[in-house]
Design a protein around this ligand. Sequence first.
Ligand code: ATR
Length: 272
Amino acid sequence: MEKHFAVIGNPIAHSLSPAMHRGGYQAFGIEADYLRLKVEPNDLLQAIQGLKALGFSGWNVTIPYKEQIIPFLDELTPEALEAGAVNTVKVEAGRLIGHNTDGNGFVRSLQEISTLEKGMQVVILGAGGAAKGIAMALIPYNVKIVILNRTNERAKRLADWVNQHDGEAATAPWEAGNWLNSADVVIQTTSVGLKQEQYPFSLKGISTQAVVIDIIFNPWETPFLREARELGCRTLNGAGMLLYQGALAWEFWLGGQAPIEAMKKGLLEAIG
Ligand code: ATR
């Protein structure tokens, strides 16, 4: 029987998830489809009920519904509960289970180019939802997290949260650059690049051993990543995070190991 999956959000027209998942279905000969569905702000509950009534096996959730969807679900996995956000829903015996694969998807993507070792210094720029998911997923690796955010209060709140959850986090002033010398990994999570704004800091002084990541992949190379590359650092954009959050969602829905290479091929073809 054909299975149905989807991604819901608004706007949704540019979502690359259908191409990525369909690439995987093709490779494995799985009878399934994956739709891109735009949901209007007041229709979220009806949309979910509709998906359930139509026999969907699961769906991804993107902006702006990752938090709003929570009250409409029956159960949350620990990842979703801790993040306070859901990017993946599975329908199991008529129950809606909310999960979050963003943070672990990020870590898997990072592990493609770097190991994560105890004591490494990981600088996170930004303290919003994306930063929280990433910080949370880094806790088991015993790295030292430094959080910088335009609004320091929010950075402090996230650092406190990490420290209360067996992690190690501190904050640093947004403008100061001395965090750069000792950074092993720098992760840019703010929406500055998306909004095509100027980055309010420079990476000059960063170690060439550092790995620099921007969770955006459109543009493929943000000015932030370009600077990092020109300074000699290894860089990574957000396409890998998208790929691995999708692979983990696949595994949550279908079990087994996701066909990473086929999903990557689907994704890259859609990016063009
Ligand atoms: P997301 O879920 O994508 O992380 P968010 O929760 O709205 O989105 O968080 C956006 C992040 O980008 C925040 O860290 C925000 O900083 P503030 O907490 O100070 O608002 C950051 N951000 C957005 N625009 C920015 C700008 N022009 N300069 C610096 N930081 C910015």
